[in-house]
Design a protein around this ligand. Structure first.
Ligand code: F0G
Length: 357
């Protein structure tokens, strides 16, 4: 019997905290493609299978939709009329979209001037109330936690446990798709909710014997925003990958446990390394993710080259968000390949082709 896909809560409802009576707020998120890289492994000269889980193909263009369908479903179930979050851009877009779908209000606190243009545009279109602060994500997060004690708003940042419940389904999808868990799972780490959610998902599946193994979790940060490498929160995070411009991750303990329990590690990468990985994915694989997302591949490439991730490994890199969200950085990355402008005649077009073959 044909069954129309209606989102990850329906698909995994027996592993999620919903009942038969729960009104599900969904945009048919999840079910994102696992794309095996074909050209980059060859360029590395190593025998490895690298898959990217392209979360940029969720309804608002990032993995946040997985957490938001759960968080907003539960907020509505509990009678909430308004949600709030601090965000580097993607959480705010997802919160705004799911609030629109549910018919409730969304308030979002974002660092003024530090979120990618596409994320701002979509959050405006979904009609959230945008509050820009002269401060960074971490300051916004503290304010959100405080204001929730003084106003009737439900926090939908990943400190809301339903967020991680929704996001753990990405690990389920990977196992269901491959038939096993990968040897290594690489992902960018900012506020540290996602690495915690994946680990929860893999542990659940392994415990129930849906898979026989659990991956080693590799968390990669931007060098200017790498509290897990410093071993403590940092004051003024800075990186071109604005999505992960975070110095005081809220899921510190859970992420640390994921790394410890899985035998994994954290590492950090320069903005340049991150942008190189982003361009490589676009140029050699046809997969356009946002800068923060490419941190997972920057890390995997380094660790494959060094042998820390050995040949024969099966690796999944989560690509957390869509490249179209951040057109400004993309344009800056391509200054050397400006479009040519020519007269509208056949000879000029022919010349433009022959010059560039
Ligand atoms: N990649 C992207 C594209 C993100 O937007 C984020 C987080 C991360 C990675 C890091 O995930 O926080 O679970 O470790 N973005 C949040 C936001 C903070 O507000 O959109 P994390």
């Amino acid at each position: 019997m044909h069954k129309h896909y209606t989102g990850l809560i329906e698909r995994y409802r027996n592993r999620l905290p919903v009942s038969a009576n729960t009104r599900i707020i969904s945009l048919n998120e999840g079910n994102t493609p696992m794309i095996q890289l074909q050209n980059i492994p060859k360029m590395l000269g190593k025998e490895v299978d690298i898959y990217v889980k392209f979360e940029g193909l969720n309804p608002t263009g990032s993995f946040k939709d997985r957490g938001m369908t759960m968080a907003v479903t539960k907020a509505v179930e509990e009678g909430s009329q308004a949600i709030i979050c601090a965000s580097t851009g993607n959480t705010s877009a997802a919160a705004a979209a799911y609030a629109a779908r549910a018919g409730i209000k969304a308030f979002v606190l974002i660092p003024d001037g530090k979120i990618a243009l596409g994320k701002l545009a979509q959050t405006l279109m979904y009609n959230a109330t945008i509050i820009q602060i002269n401060g960074n994500f971490d300051q916004g997060m503290e304010l959100v936690k405080e204001v929730a004690n003084h106003a009737p708003v439900t926090i939908v940042n990943s400190i809301n446990p339903f967020r991680l419940e929704g996001q753990k389904t990405a690990a389920f999808e990977i196992v269901d798709d491959l038939g096993f868990a990968p040897d290594y799972h690489c992902l960018p780490v900012g506020n540290a909710g996602n690495i915690s959610a994946y680990w929860k998902g893999y542990k659940e599946y392994a415990l129930d014997r849906v898979c026989g193994n659990r991956p080693i979790m590799c968390g990669y940060q931007a060098a200017g925003a790498a509290p897990f490498l410093a071993g403590h929160p940092i004051e003024n995070p800075e990186t071109v990958a604005t999505a992960i411009r975070i110095g005081n991750p809220q899921s510190w303990a859970l992420a640390w446990a994921a790394q410890q329990e899985s035998g994994g590690w954290f590492d950090k990468f320069s903005d340049e390394d991150i942008l190189v990985a982003q361009k490589m994915l676009s140029q050699y694989e046809g997969v356009f993710c946002e800068p923060a997302s490419a941190t997972s591949l920057a890390g995997a490439m380094q660790d494959i080259k060094s042998g820390k991730i050995p040949e024969g490994s099966k690796i999944v890199c989560t690509l957390t968000g869509n490249g179209i969200k951040d057109p400004e950085i993309a344009m800056q990355q391509c200054l050397d390949s400006k479009p040519v402008t020519i007269d509208a005649d056949l000879d000029a077009v022919k010349r433009a082709i022959l010059d560039n073959l």
